[in-house]
Design a protein around this ligand. Sequence first.
Ligand SMILES: Cc1cc2nc3c(=O)[nH]c(=O)nc-3n(C[C@H](O)[C@H](O)[C@H](O)COP(=O)(O)O)c2cc1C
Length: 258
Amino acid sequence: MRKDSPLRTITVALVLSLVCSIAVATASVVLKPRQEKNAELFMQRQILKVAGLLEEGKPIEELFQQVEARIVELDTGGYAADMDPATYDQRAAAKDAVMSQPISGEEDIAKIKRRANYAPVYLVRREGEPNLLILPMHGYGLWSTMYAFLALAEDGRTIKGITFYEQAETAGLGTEIENPRWQEQWKGKLARDKGGQVRFELIKGGVSADDPDAQYHVDGLAGATLTADGVTNMVRYWLGKQGFGPYLARLGEGGAQR
Ligand SMILES: Cc1cc2nc3c(=O)[nH]c(=O)nc-3n(C[C@H](O)[C@H](O)[C@H](O)COP(=O)(O)O)c2cc1C
């Protein structure tokens, strides 16, 4: 075949693209388990972080053994014994017509459109009893869906921590929700009152000393009130009756549920 023949050019192009596609496909298949493992470790790290159990230098998997993952059926608030928290994907379930339900306009305060029927929860026990509950939540801010874990004490009311691990708000404005100094203020605040009503709110301009509801309030974010409102609505939705409300009520009653 002549060096400059069209057939030769086409053959070289075809062989090259075949070799490249085999290389890319192989890399994708070979690296997939590692990517999945890294994604799992990332989530475990976030859960340990919000639980205050992260110890630098110690393997995440070892630390995560203190955490018990369960799947909750949100409507009833009971544990789904037949579902494996290691494989359940709440995000994928929320897109599946059978595994999720649409949320009506006025109830959709977190602006998520659909809610999966099941959600994972993470428990840290002390002497067998739940001592810390870590609840995943998500809601729309100004530009993006914000994903978080909220840690509550065993009373189901006292906030022990918050962490946001995925969001795309504006750097320097909405992304301040990731600021650890701001997140620090959440600790010790109450998310719900004794009757189970969700009272938590981010307050525009900051919590004043004479605020009678200061225990439920955290400073908002200057210049990012829309993101802050999204965070308030996210917490209210997920601790409310469509979210973990029924679960928290059952947990408070004690018994086999715990
Ligand atoms: C380019 C641009 C990006 C913005 N990004 C955000 C944001 O991520 N979150 C937010 O709440 N407000 C953002 N804002 C501001 C909002 O439009 C709105 O002014 C603000 O949330 C009101 O908060 P304030 O009352 O505390 O000033 C942005 C504004 C501009 C012009």
